[in-house]
Design a protein around this ligand. Structure first.
Ligand SMILES: *Cc1c(COP(=O)(O)O)cnc(C)c1O
Length: 443
C-alpha cells in the first residue's frame, strides 16, 4: 500500500485557509473529524473521485447523498446541457418547475402542493415558519440527534428539563430564538407524551428526520414514529417529516412511503436536485395555500426553481420512476452489510453495531456494541471518533473514500460497480484488522 501523496492538496489547503474559514465552505469537508489534510477533488465520474495529486477513490460519500445515480450520470448531464442552452435563470413563471412539481404531486399523496427552494436548510426554515403561521402557536419540538440544516432555531441543545426551552448550540444563535424550540430524546415516546402534556397548546409542530442520518444512522422503531404522529394529531400540532436525506433515497416516497405515516408537511433536498441546489417543502393544500402570494406566510427566492437545477431534478426523478432502482440498491446494501459483518466478527467480535436502511449505511465501534441497537445519541460510544478516524485513513490509503466523520453515513449509488463493492469489502477487512489491533475499541 503506497502512502497517499498530499503535496498539491496541502498547498491548496494552505491557500484556502487564508481566504475561507477553515479552508472550506462547509465544516465537515475540512477533515477535522478524522484529522489530516482533505483531498482536493478536481473530477468525479461514476463511483470515483479524482484528486489534484493524481489519485482516485471509490466514493461512498456521494456528495453527501444527492447522487443516487453516481457522478456525471449521462442522462442528467444531457438534460442539464440542454437546459443551459435555453438560458439558466429567468426569474419568471416557467414550465420546468411545473413539470417537476406535477410529477411529485402525482406520486406522493401527502404532497398536495409544494414550493421549490435552493437547499434543505431553506426548506426546513420555510416549513417551520409555515407551521407557526398555520397554527398560530410559537414552539417547535425537535429531537436530540436529528439535523435540520443550519436554521437558527434548530441549532439548539436540550434545556435543563424536558419541557424547558432549548439553549443555543452555536455562537450567534440568540437565547430568544433557541427558546422557540423544545428538544426531546429520540426513541422515547413517554418523554414526548410528557412534553405534550406540559406544553401541548403551545406546540406548532414536531419536526423529525424519520430516518435520522446526520448523527450516525439512528433508526427509529415504527412504534415511536406512529406514536409521534398520534400525539401530534391529538394535540393539534403539525408533523413535519424532514426527508432531505431519506426522500427519493430509501424509496421514491422516502420514509413516509416506507412507514405509511402521512406527515402534514415534508421537506426534501439532496436527491430531489440530482446534485444541483434544490430543496422543496410541501404538504396538504390547505396548509401550503397559506404561503405567499396565496397566503400570509412570506417566503421567496431569487434563484428558486432555477431551470438548470429543475432539469437535473426532473431527469433524476423520472429515472427513479422508470428504473425503480430501490430493489437493486437494497440487494447491494444487504450484500455489503453481510460482507462487513463477517469482517466485524473476524476482527472486532461483538464490538460493531451496523445500521442500514437500503443504500444508507453506518457502523458504531465500541466494546459490546453489537448487542445494543443505537437509536439515540447516548448509545454512540466514546470510542467512535478515534476508531473511525483510524479506519477512515486506512481505507483512504487503499483508495476508498468514506465520509470524513464517524457521525456521517455512507451512501451506495447505482454507479457503484461490483468490482468497487468487492474491492471495498476486501479493503475493509484489512483496514478493520489493522485498526482493531490498535486497541481503540475500549472496554
Ligand atoms: C442535509 C440535510 C439538511 C440540510 O440541507 P442543506 O441542503 O445542506 O441545507 C436538512 N435536513 C436533513 C435531514 C439533511 O440531511
Amino acid at each position: 500500500m503506497n502512502p497517499l501523496n498530499r503535496e498539491t492538496s496541502e498547498s491548496y489547503f494552505e491557500r484556502a485557509k487564508k481566504v475561507s474559514p477553515g479552508g472550506v465552505h462547509s465544516p465537515v469537508r475540512a477533515f477535522r473529524g478524522v484529522g489530516g489534510t482533505p483531498a482536493f477533488i478536481i473530477k468525479a465520474e461514476g463511483d470515483r473521485l479524482y484528486d489534484v495529486d493524481g489519485q482516485s477513490y471509490v466514493d461512498f460519500c456521494m456528495a453527501w447523498g444527492p447522487l443516487l445515480f453516481g457522478h456525471q450520470d449521462a442522462e442528467t448531464a444531457d438534460a442539464v446541457k440542454r437546459a443551459v442552452g435555453r438560458g439558466w435563470s429567468y426569474g419568471t413563471a416557467e414550465p420546468y418547475s411545473l413539470e417537476l412539481a406535477e410529477l411529485i404531486v402525482s406520486k406522493l399523496p401527502w404532497v398536495e402542493k409544494l414550493r421549490f427552494v435552493n437547499s434543505g436548510t431553506e426548506a426546513v426554515m420555510s416549513a417551520l415558519r409555515l407551521a407557526r403561521g398555520a397554527t398560530g402557536r410559537p414552539l417547535v419540538v425537535k429531537f436530540d440527534g436529528c439535523y435540520h440544516g443550519h436554521v437558527d432555531s434548530m441549532l439548539v441543545k436540550a434545556g435543563s428539563g424536558l419541557a424547558e426551552m432549548a439553549s443555543p448550540d452555536s455562537a450567534g444563535v440568540s437565547p430568544q430564538t433557541a427558546a422557540e424550540t423544545l428538544v426531546a430524546p429520540l426513541d422515547d415516546l413517554s418523554a414526548l407524551t410528557r412534553l405534550f402534556d406540559e406544553r401541548g397548546p403551545e406546540i406548532a409542530a414536531v419536526i423529525v428526520e424519520p430516518m435520522p442520518a446526520n448523527n450516525g444512522l439512528l433508526l427509529q422503531t415504527p412504534e415511536f414514529l406512529k406514536g409521534m404522529a398520534a400525539l401530534c394529531k391529538k394535540h393539534g400540532a403539525l408533523l413535519i417529516f424532514d426527508e432531505v436525506i431519506s426522500g427519493f433515497r430509501v424509496a421514491f416516497g422516502g420514509m413516509a412511503e416506507k412507514t405509511g405515516i402521512r406527515p402534514d408537511l415534508v421537506t426534501y433536498g439532496k436527491v430531489i436536485g440530482g446534485g444541483f441546489p434544490v430543496g422543496a417543502y410541501g404538504g396538504r393544500a390547505e396548509i401550503m395555500d397559506l404561503v405567499a402570494p396565496s397566503g400570509p406566510v412570506y417566503q421567496a427566492g431569487t434563484l428558486s426553481a432555477n431551470p438548470v437545477a429543475m432539469a437535473a431534478g426532473l431527469t433524476t426523478l423520472r429515472k427513479l420512476l422508470r428504473d425503480d432502482p430501490y430493489a437493486v440498491l437494497e440487494k447491494r446494501g444487504e450484500a455489503l452489510a453481510r460482507a462487513l459483518a463477517a469482517s466485524n466478527e473476524r476482527h472486532a467480535p461483538g464490538a460493531v453495531w451496523n445500521a442500514r436502511e437500503g443504500s444508507v449505511f453506518w457502523s458504531a465501534y465500541g466494546s459490546g456494541m453489537s448487542k445494543r441497537p443505537v437509536r439515540a445519541i447516548p448509545g454512540i460510544p466514546a470510542t467512535q471518533k478515534p476508531f473511525y478516524a483510524s479506519l477512515f485513513h486506512s481505507l483512504l490509503d487503499r483508495g476508498y473514500y468514506l465520509a470524513p466523520s464517524g457521525y456521517e453515513v455512507g451512501f451506495l449509488s447505482m454507479a457503484h460497480t461490483d468490482e468497487s463493492l468487492h474491492g471495498f469489502a476486501a479493503a475493509y477487512d484489512l483496514s478493520l484488522k489493522e485498526t482493531a489491533a490498535k486497541g481503540l475499541l475500549g472496554g
